[in-house]
Design a protein around this ligand. Structure first.
Ligand code: 5GP
Length: 120
């Protein structure tokens, strides 16, 4: 599987503002934040897209949510609320092919998360 920029962050080959790390996951600040708090939570094992999630690696994906809830409580925005998003492939807006939860917080977040008018 092709290495991504996130492998370099996991291996500490390039810097990132890391806020949480354990054996399975890493969380760091997004370089281009879309909310007052915008973190990326990634598994240390590469899974390219949601389409590659299976019963074999589902525990890693579940763990990303455990980390999200832990950070939300520690950083004090659990009760106000927040959003976690995982994009998949081109239409989903995925640009880095190593799955990651976006954790967005710090203000009321608009919904739906896109601006075009839906034409049906
Ligand atoms: P995606 O578009 O794949 O859902 O999200 C990729 C995210 O990674 C984007 O929000 C982008 O700003 C972030 N990103 C890309 N390269 C880097 C980097 O080198 N460092 C950090 N901290 N974030 C990055």
């Amino acid at each position: 599987m092709a290495e991504t920029i996130f492998d370099k962050i996991i291996n500490k080959e390039i810097p990132a503002d890391i806020v949480y790390e354990d054996d399975m996951a890493l969380a760091f600040k997004d370089i281009n934040p879309q909310a007052p708090t915008h973190l990326l939570i990634i598994p240390k094992t590469q899974i390219a897209t949601i389409n590659d999630v299976s019963t074999d690696n589902a525990h890693l994906v579940g763990h990303l949510y455990v980390v999200a809830a832990k950070i939300a409580k520690e950083q004090g925005f659990a009760d106000d609320g927040y959003r976690v998003v995982m994009n998949c492939n081109e239409h989903g807006g995925q640009t880095v092919y190593h799955i990651h939860l976006h954790l967005l917080a710090g203000k009321p977040l608009g919904w739906p998360p896109y601006t075009e008018t839906l034409k049906v």
